[in-house]
Design a protein around this ligand. Structure first.
Ligand code: NAP
Ligand code: G4F
Length: 348
């Protein structure tokens, strides 16, 4: 049985990748952070008590800022494949916390690479590693962007991902480790964090439709993104590690839409006009914006045989349907007399 180790297992991608790998028969180990409140919501449904026979999902406390802990986990798990998904992944937040973002996203990757390098040297086990790169690395580069497009990062997050990308390439070339950089364009789902724009919009649509909220405050509506479905994208991560040779791949849908297009589709789906509800709050503007991301995933299609299955409209509808159901549950509680405070109010 193959063993995979995932950093960032509690995140959107970590949860989909875990389901995918369990489905492929893997034993899956994930690194979780200690938090004062539960942070395993996304994987609770697939987690079974480790005392039960046949369990194939195991969690370990750790943090990408803690090299000793990472090394200990790798030594204990002895993974065949490592997926480095852990990150402070919010672009806007990275302007407020640049040093922390660099420590986790860039240096955290370096800590992991170095731990894997030493583990391979000691055990001669051929570990393969996936590095979660981002289309944010292209930043201000003209669309469409592919593997040959020069990086032009526009945030501390993006600059940190560029550093991680080059650390990974250097460990591949200098240490001979099987490492792949996935350069993934935005991918979303009903499990997307509530402060990313797609989920912020679909969540608000559900709540506005059911009269639980009357306004939605956003930043720049003009920027364009190539939005795909996270469930499709985790398959690409796995495919990269199954090839004969390690390489880097852009993963994208090849279609690009503006935040306005997103609003149009999400509100129209529930027969509302977004112009009646959306207001601009400059607090959500970024000091430097990425205006237009539009990926060209020809290489992944040709070499990995990978193609996205879910398109933009289907994705938006899937997310609105999910968030309408959550709003219905909230409304039921409110109508039964419970006083409701929207989750995560302080974070938006
Ligand atoms: P996400 O939902 O924000 O999940 C991030 C994960 O990283 C969470 O499990 C989080 O743990 C963990 N994490 C945060 N700080 C950490 C630390 N110091 N040590 C260890 N783990 C830490 O992100 P995602 O959307 O799943 O994205 C997965 C990866 O792909 C990230 O590296 C992201 O930057 C990258 N990426 C994402 C996209 C996208 O559109 N989704 C596109 C390109 C690249 P908690 O749950 O405890 O916070
Ligand atoms: O949803 P976003 O925050 O995603 P962003 O910045 O593109 O980053 C995401 O995708 C990257 C891949 O390209 C990942 F690497 C990264 O980890 C993350 O998953 O913002 C999308 C666009 C931006 O142009 C932003 O300015 O939406 C615009 N926007 C407008 N109003 C807003 C808002 N974004 C957020 N989060 N909140 C707003 O109120």
């Amino acid at each position: 049985m193959k063993k995979a180790l995932i950093t960032g297992i509690t995140g959107q991608d970590g949860s989909y990748l875990t389901e995918f790998l369990l489905g492929k028969g893997y034993q899956v180990h994930g690194i979780i952070r200690r938090a004062s409140t539960f942070n395993t919501d996304r994987i609770d449904a697939i987690y079974a008590d480790p005392h039960e026979q046949g369990t194939r999902l195991f969690l370990h406390y750790g943090d990408l800022s803690d090299a000793t802990g990472i090394r200990r986990i790798i030594g204990k798990v002895q993974p065949d494949e490592v997926y480095n998904l852990g990150a402070q992944s919010h672009v806007r937040v990275s302007f407020d916390q640049p040093e922390y973002t660099a420590d986790v996203v860039a240096t955290g990757t370096l800590r992991l690479l170095d731990a894997v390098r030493d583990f391979i040297a000691e055990t001669h086990k051929p570990v393969r590693l996936y590095q979660a790169g981002s289309s944010e690395m292209f930043g201000a580069a003209n669309p469409p962007q592919n593997e040959g497009t020069p990086f032009y990062p526009r945030s501390p997050y993006a600059a940190s991902k560029v550093a991680a990308h080059w650390y990974a390439i250097n460990y591949r070339e200098a240490q001979g480790i099987f490492i792949c950089n996935g350069i993934l364009f935005n991918h979303e789902s009903p499990r997307r964090g509530e402060t990313f724009v797609t989920r912020k919009v679909t969540r608000a649509v559900g709540r506005i439709k059911l009269f639980l909220q009357d306004k939605l405050y956003l930043g720049n509506l003009e920027s364009k993104r190539d939005w795909g479905y996270a469930g499709d994208y985790v398959e690409a991560m796995w495919l990269m590690l199954q090839q004969d040779k390690p390489d880097d791949y852009v993963i994208a849908t090849g279609e690009s839409y503006s935040v306005k297009d997103l609003l149009e589709e999400a509100f129209r789906y529930v027969d509302l006009d977004w112009r009646d509800y959306v207001e601009i709050d400059p607090r959500y503007f970024r000091p430097t914006e990425v205006n237009h991301l539009h990926g060209d995933a020809t290489k992944a299609r040709e070499k990995l045989g990978w193609e996205p299955k879910v398109g933009f409209v289907e994705l938006v509808h899937m997310m609105v349907d999910h968030d309408l159901e959550l709003a219905r549950q909230d409304k039921t509680l409110r109508d039964a007399g419970h006083i409701l405070t929207p989750r995560g109010l302080a974070n938006r």
